[in-house]
Write a protein that binds this ligand. Structure first.
Ligand code: PEP
Ligand code: MN
Length: 355
């Protein structure tokens, strides 16, 4: 089975799928069989130990789910992957010959936990994927990778699963695509996988999110699949059936291999894609900024305060010039940009004042 994993490790795109959580033996085995039948899934995943936001939620079936995974592997030939968060998880998973481990987003945030997992991994040769931390902190993500490298883990990959943000957006976890792009810059040779399930938190956005990641040259996908998604014991809203997954994968447009002639065009198209994604995010952020301005406008109205406070604006500008200079943005551009943003804010607040 080790050889199968090695083969899969080098396969592009690498497709990982399976339920959010292992629930029963039948559910694991049937999911695996139906995923294998699609012929499109390389590795079977399932959460055995689940880090949940609140006590009383389903916290995973625990060790007794590991033999179910082994059974699914035996029946389908698919290598298996589980999430580990403690040294004991690593030990148990390796005891049951789990082929691939991943460190979850709630673990990556905690250097104590990551180190504990790394210490348990020392001297083993299992490949490990590390998810981004729930907060948008690339140093924590990079730090986790460095800890794995220091522990001697040879095969390391990254999973982008989006970042937690306060308030509602259309995503459960905001993709902030520029962050995985920066990780790709830091670790250009490292496997980078997208997890649209945890980014979206729903089924409707899965297809477009998976496509975005492919357009950004990610090397694979991890997507949750369940035989009865609506009744899943965790993450019911975002899971899809193995057959729906198959359709989703069929509809993805994988970039054609570059030929010499097309190399330039392809590189250009990729860069333009990156620009499109960044622009999308900038628009989203600007929209959020104006919503905050609206709130301030309402406070000012309630307290009878003028819209414009000159000192506050001068402070913002002064800071922006210094920041902009460091980022390679001209003073002229920064001035124009902030003037436009400021004008828009004032217009928003004006409307609120005179409503
Ligand atoms: C999961 O993969 O089921 C999971 C718990 O994901 P995350 O660590 O990204 O929240
Ligand atoms: Mn999940």
């Amino acid at each position: 089975m080790k050889d199968v994993m090695q083969e899969k490790w080098n396969k592009r795109p690498l497709i990982i799928s399976g339920p959010c959580s292992a629930e029963t033996e039948e559910q694991v085995v049937e999911t695996a069989a139906r995923l294998a039948k699609t012929g499109k899934v390389d590795v079977l995943r399932a959460g055995i130990w689940k880090p949940r936001t609140k006590p009383g939620m389903f916290e995973g079936i625990g060790m007794k789910g590991l033999p179910w995974m082994t059974q699914a592997k035996k029946l389908t030939g698919m290598p298996i992957a589980v999430e580990v968060a403690t040294a004991k998880h690593v030990e148990d998973a390796l005891h049951f010959e789990v082929d691939l481990l991943w460190i979850g987003a709630r673990t990556t945030v905690n250097p104590f936990s990551v180190q504990e997992v790394c210490d348990a991994l020392r001297g083993t040769d299992v490949p490990v994927l590390i998810k981004n931390p729930i907060n948008p902190d690339l140093e924590l993500w990079s730090g986790g990778i460095e800890r794995l490298q220091k522990a001697g883990v040879q095969r390391i990959g990254m999973i982008h699963r989006g970042f937690s943000n306060y308030g509602n957006t259309e995503y459960r976890n905001a993709p902030m695509w520029h962050l995985p792009i920066e990780m790709k810059r830091r670790f250009p040779e490292m496997l980078l996988i997208c997890d649209p399930s945890h980014i979206c938190g729903n089924r409707t956005l899965l297809q477009s999110t998976a496509q975005k990641s492919i357009d950004l040259d990610f090397n694979g996908l991890m997507i949750e699949a369940h035989i009865d998604p609506d009744n899943a014991w965790s993450d019911a809203k975002q899971q899809i059936t193995p057959e729906t997954l198959s359709g989703l994968l069929d509809h993805l447009i994988w970039r054609a291999e570059t030929t010499d002639e097309l190399e330039f065009q392809t590189a250009l198209a990729k860069l333009r894609e990156q620009i499109n994604h960044i622009d999308d995010e900038l628009m989203m952020l600007l929209g959020q900024r104006m919503k905050v301005a609206d709130k301030i406008g309402r406070y000012k109205k309630d307290n009878n305060i003028t819209i414009l406070q000159t000192n506050r604006w001068n402070d913002i500008l002064a800071k922006a010039f210094t920041r902009g200079e460091k980022l390679g943005l001209s003073k002229e551009f920064v001035t124009k940009y902030f003037d436009a943003v400021h004008m828009e804010s004032i217009n928003h607040q004006n409307k609120i004042m005179n409503d």
